[in-house]
Design a protein around this ligand. Structure first.
Ligand code: UN1
Length: 518
């Protein structure tokens, strides 16, 4: 795939076609295509790729948040009555619009967040696929009927729209996290209030405008999709507001913990996609032609800024040197650079301060006894946000290996013994999002995916930890979060489950043989 965006995206002059203006001030809050009055100060969105200012955002305050949430509540009253397959048509149309805008939106994602252009476009592809998928199941949303123990009674369960939901998304998938939640929710009859990460407000504004235009086209309520971008108070406003019936939060375990506490305090449903500390096990029965490229993409792809990125490679001691050499060798072939540059494997980290954290983490690993095999430096010739990915030979007892660092730092950890010993190391952390094993040995594969195997939400065999497909449920265990996005029956998360019992017998009957005569 070319790393060059098409001519509609004028790099540097920046006419992304999707945001209002670069010289002007982009409103941060929207109800459909209607901008709200903001005025809480200005946020400048700057590209980590080259430090260029991409656009200015007028930050929403409390009043704008209130207006957005109320609009979502008002829209819900109508949207829930629109037949689900018709809601599905709206979502399908959003998918069509995203197809048309894939290059421009992919480029905006790459510039604002820093991922390489093929990943920027890939993120939009994931949104398109989600729209197709959600449009398809808009004719499902099915319940079951059950046999009643009472004569002349029928029992069934059905799924009803839940209400306005809040999507609080992360910087690393600035558009797709919204789609994964909002497209499912919209088909289910929910309305969506979106609070994106403050590093990526322009991408959110572009997506909001596309979705808002489709609502207009279908003459649907503008408040089905609302946005509050760049406002410091927006996250709390959504989490604490009783009108919001579900919070889907993607971000750090730390912040997620606060969200979970507040939301559960008011008995609000949550989906939490939090940090991973993902391991890949490499056994002596691995195929290096499969393992090495997958390990490198897992650790370095998206500059190590996926919650599914590979942080730990747990290698059998007998092949440790071989795997370490092969990885160092592969890292030598990696090219960092501007996301639009041809042949570049990874772009910048999102902020300069993240580079400081990254270097501190490398130092810490060395301080705890790790051996730096390669990388770890800044690449100032490229810009202040670029770093060279690091490989550290470590041991599982080093405290740093228990924590997630959001960047391209991977620990190579030896294991002795058999696959059970490797699995124990893998599972021996607080997180449980994604995991992988590289082996051609059937016994090892089956052990890894058995009840005593990986304890993570995702268990991959002969593929890396990162790079999930939307057709399967996505989510983690332990400190990596709660609930699932996407996948079969993923829609149930966004609906209210209701048991219905109908008595057509003309008589009164209690269950369990209870007698109650008047
Ligand atoms: C993937 O690895 O393809 O924030 C998906 C994240 C995740 C998505 C990762 N919610 O990184």
């Amino acid at each position: 795939m070319s790393n060059q965006p098409n001519e509609r995206v004028r790099y540097q002059g920046v006419d992304y076609s999707l945001i209002d203006s670069v010289s002007g001030l982009n409103p941060g809050a929207w109800v459909g295509v209607r901008p709200l009055a903001c005025g809480e100060g200005e946020l400048v969105s700057t590209s980590p790729a080259d430090g260029l200012s991409l656009g200015r955002v007028d930050r929403p305050g409390e009043a704008a948040c209130e207006e957005a949430i109320q609009a979502a509540a008002n829209a819900f009253a109508i949207w829930r009555t629109v037949p689900a397959p018709v809601r599905g048509r709206v979502v399908r149309r959003i998918g069509e619009r995203l197809r048309e805008e894939q290059d421009a939106l992919g480029a905006l994602i790459s510039l604002e967040m820093g991922k390489i252009y093929s990943e920027g476009k890939g993120e939009v592809q994931s949104m398109i696929d989600t729209c197709d998928y959600a449009a398809g199941f808009s004719r499902d949303l099915f319940g079951l009927t059950m046999a009643s123990e009472r004569p002349g009674h029928r029992m069934m369960e059905q799924y009803q729209p839940l209400g306005p939901i809040g999507v609080i998304s992360s910087f690393n998938f600035p558009a797709a996290v919204w789609a994964w939640n909002a497209m499912f929710a919209a088909v289910c009859g929910d309305t969506v209030v979106w609070k994106p990460a403050s590093a990526v407000p322009l991408t959110a504004i572009a997506v909001q405008r596309i979705a808002g235009e489709v609502l207009q086209e279908f003459d649907m309520p503008e408040g089905v999709f609302t946005l509050v971008a760049g406002g410091p108070a927006a996250g709390d406003a959504i989490v604490e507001d009783p009108r919001i019936r579900l919070i889907s939060f993607t971000g750090s375990t730390n912040v997620g913990h606060g969200v979970a506490k507040k939301a559960s305090g008011r008995f609000c449903r949550t989906v939490l996609e939090l940090g991973g500390n993902n391991a890949a096990i490499v056994t002596p029965a691995m195929d290096p032609a499969v393992a090495i490229p997958a390990l490198v993409f897992g650790a370095v792809g998206t500059t190590g800024q996926r919650c599914t990125s590979t942080r730990r490679v747990i290698v059998h001691e007998s092949i440790f040197e071989r795997v370490a050499d092969a990885m160092v060798d592969a890292y030598g072939k990696l090219r960092a650079g501007h996301p639009f540059e041809q042949g570049v494997h990874y772009g910048p980290l999102v902020y300069e301060s993240v580079c400081d954290d990254y270097q501190a983490a490398v130092q810490r690993a060395v301080g705890e006894g790790g051996k730096l095999l390669c990388g770890g430096d800044r690449l100032p010739e490229l810009g202040p946000c670029y770093v060279a990915p690091a490989i550290v030979a470590a041991t599982a007892d080093m405290p740093c290996t228990q924590e997630e660092l959001f960047g391209p730092l991977v620990y190579l950890i030896p294991y002795k013994g058999n696959v059970e010993d490797a699995i124990a190391l893998q599972n021996g952390v607080r997180q449980g999002l994604a995991s992988a094993i590289f082996t051609e040995d059937l016994r090892e594969v089956e052990t890894f995916v058995s009840a005593v195997g990986s304890d993570c939400g995702i268990a991959n065999v002969n593929l890396g930890t990162a790079g999930a497909e939307i057709g399967a449920a996505f989510g983690g265990e332990k400190e990596s979060g709660f609930g699932r996005e996407l996948g079969p029956e993923g829609w149930k998360t966004y609906m209210r489950r209701q048991t219905v019992t109908v008595n057509y017998s003309g008589k009164v009957a209690m269950p369990q043989g209870v007698q109650f005569k008047l």
